[in-house]
Design a protein around this ligand. Sequence first.
Ligand SMILES: NC(=O)c1ccc[n+]([C@@H]2O[C@H](COP(=O)([O-])OP(=O)(O)OC[C@H]3O[C@@H](n4cnc5c(N)ncnc54)[C@H](OP(=O)(O)O)[C@@H]3O)[C@@H](O)[C@H]2O)c1
Length: 222
Amino acid sequence: MTTVGFIGSGQIGSTVARLAIEAGHQVVLSNSRGRETLADTVAELGPRTSAASSGEAAAAGDIVVVTVPVKAFPDLPAASLAGKTVIDTCNYGPERDGNIPELDSKSLTSSELLLRYLPDAMVVKAFNNIFYKHLLSLARPARATDRSYLPIAGDSAPAKAAVTAFVESIGFSVVDAGPLADSWRQSTGTPVWGTPYGPYSDEKGRPTDEDTIRAALATATH
Ligand SMILES: NC(=O)c1ccc[n+]([C@@H]2O[C@H](COP(=O)([O-])OP(=O)(O)OC[C@H]3O[C@@H](n4cnc5c(N)ncnc54)[C@H](OP(=O)(O)O)[C@@H]3O)[C@@H](O)[C@H]2O)c1
């Protein structure tokens, strides 16, 4: 069993948390408005769930999922995340995040920007390319023939191994998409982003195999 901390408990955060609970993990949720605003979610997810401040959720997690708007990166509890394996689900959108020059010019990926704020964390990008409803509906048991694949990117082999084990435990398989510098291949609007798993209008989604994810990553252009 792993304790998974969450900084951000919105659509994607609470979905990963739900799958983690179903897989037998412990979760510690946090958001920007305070733990009391997460009472309903904690009650719904059950006894292995708690709510805390972002710093406490970071400190508690064997793995910590950062799942906030990119504009919130400067607020993250960097000291509590030092030495941690951090899953970055985040996508940059200027309409929500404001314009960030290094991201607009594509000189930096949003995960590399996150690493600037968390220099002592081991960041792995994952879950950013799938609609939260498809994440929920496409989770499958370990030996199911219709398991879906998710790309992960990161610079630390041990952190990637930990994230792979976690992703596998909650119902998906992974494709190693390289280092954080290559994570633009799975960023907003790329072939692997959203589309392979089916249209948003179909909440059931479409199981997506390894070859499809590898081919989508390979056809991305900068
Ligand atoms: N929705 C999807 O299907 C999806 C899929 C893949 C990736 N993503 C990406 O994943 C990230 C989260 O998306 P989402 O759709 O889950 O967003 P969301 O539903 O709007 O939730 C955002 C969460 O971040 C929290 N938050 C905001 N600022 C914070 C701060 N300074 N400190 C701590 N927590 C903070 C919010 O807390 P409060 O509510 O208390 O402010 C909320 O819990 C985004 O970067 C998004 O682009 C989304």
